[in-house]
Design a protein around this ligand. Sequence first.
Ligand code: MN
Length: 248
Amino acid sequence: MPTFLLTNDDGYFSEGIRALREELRNLGRVITVAPDRNLSGVGHSLTFTQPLRIRRVEEDFWTVIGGTPADCVHFGYYLFLEGRKPDLLCSGINEGPNLGEDITYSGTVSGAMEGRILGIPSVAFSAFGREEIDFVEMAKVAREVVLKVLEGGMPEDTYLNVNIPNLRKEEIKGFLLTRQGRRAYKEKVLRLNDPAGRPLYWITAEEFGWHLEEGTDYWAVYQGFVSITPLQLDLTNHRAIERLKGIF
Ligand code: MN
């Protein structure tokens, strides 16, 4: 029976993590450790300047007060699994997609990244859709990905970024291996005023769009496929080394 470590960045109360937990519990033991609040966009940050408290939600289910997804993976692995590697780490299902450059902000993807750093095969799941997401249906698709990974294994140093279209399982066209795409908008800063008339600033992303390049994550989900992008920890631009040798 496989053991899973489960986290997310939307918080332990989110529908996405509950639905995925239910599916994983049919396959094996699930240790769930998730933030106590919505930390979408927190990226890969780890809390090491202060201690944290952990509360038990249910059996094998904890929440870290003020903890990030990377903190949760740490506690799951070192405290609750006592350093024994689970068969798979799952992060999500995130409410909203994680595509293109957005994955660098993503707490969901960072949860999987942290798992990979600890040597655990890891998968991040996100929902391509913003409204009326059917997480129960989506978790069934996630379960298929999990079964494939458990059976087929994962290449060394790889973690997966999976985005699932918000469609019924029968309507999904299949799985597609993709590369990271590119976002077609710039973040805007909105200026507001507080009740005393002092300025407040809000980072928004209203002009939502993507480059529709064939083979990318966005291209795949846009067409109704489940996008599976293999990611790696090595961020080196290997091609640039030769070119930079002329300068340094
Ligand atoms: Mn999120």
